[in-house]
Design a protein around this ligand. Sequence first.
Ligand code: NAD
Length: 351
Amino acid sequence: MKKILVTGGVGFIGSHVTISLLEKNYNVVIADSFLNSSKSFYIRMIELINSINPLLKKNISFYEGDIRNSYFLEKIFIDAKKEDNCIEGVIHLAGLKAVKESVKHPLNYWDCNLIGAIRLLNAMKKFNCHSLIFSSSATIYGKNQNLLIQENSDINPINPYGFTKATIEFMLHNLFESDLQKWRIANLRYFNPIGAHNSGLIGENPKGVPNNVFPLINKVASREIKKLKIFGNDWNTKDGTCIRDFIHIMDLAEGHILALEYLLKMKNSKFLNLNLGTGNPTSVLELVETFQNINNVKVSYDFANRREGDVERLVADNKLAKETLNWEPKRKISDMCIDGWKWHLNNKNFC
Ligand SMILES: NC(=O)c1ccc[n+]([C@@H]2O[C@H](COP(=O)([O-])OP(=O)(O)OC[C@H]3O[C@@H](n4cnc5c(N)ncnc54)[C@H](O)[C@@H]3O)[C@@H](O)[C@H]2O)c1
């Protein structure tokens, strides 16, 4: 059974990726510091695994710690080696992700995201593990005029968070070129993952006030927050609000498994950039309206001024990911709204 390290495996994306990996018969080792997650959420993951198949529990292990600590990371690789089941690949998700916070505290972002990646790559190199999936972001494209953004579009981030992601991609390319026989690397550029596992047992559970629109919609619908602020109704779009490419978290997770399998099957080295999005444009207002209609709840909102760092439109050309991985995002905006709301209702008082 192949052993995969998932950094940030208790986070929103990591938890769903972990469940998908276990279901595909991988052995998963998680490294997470709980910087933006919690022990109780990890317990929820175990509950979900138990409900899928109790036998899968033996295929998951957890290390609490910060990936910037080389000793911590190396211990994970050493333990795996001792068990005669070395780590064959890494899905690297640990990092900070809030655009607004990155503008205020850029050093925290450079420290966590860049140093974390460097320490991880050094450990991988030391232990002969050369297959990596990196959690990149559509944010690296910045202001892009194209209707659908292709992977070869300009990399032009407009905030510190985006710069850290773009820099890690460049660093990975340097590493790839330093030894053309070895590395198999896929930068997955996520668009806007939302929704939750349809069990309602896991979902997005950020600490503090959420930064993204979907957790905010949930909190307004459940009256924990009075009103949603929609930033700008004067964008050059059909209803004046920003256009995004929302993708169901389980479709995103499945993209990771296919990308990992693709890399692990490769005989030669490989460097890939892939957009993970649906290619379907949805405005923020359309998302709010679908959420209200499908869940039969009210989401009060106000329009506010445009927010610094926002772009008008961000929609993926996902042809390359579909062709390369034989991947197809299947779930609709309504599924994202139903599953996300189910998770939120089950977990309103969860911490
Ligand atoms: N969610 C999105 O919309 C989105 C979009 C594009 C890219 N990404 C990237 O995907 C990755 C995962 O995103 P997410 O939404 O699951 O975020 P998240 O905050 O829910 O999960 C990140 C996890 O990493 C852990 N972590 C953070 N820094 C760590 C460190 N130094 N050492 C160990 N653990 C650490 C946190 O505790 C958390 O459990 C991030 O790198 C993010 O930048 C996310």
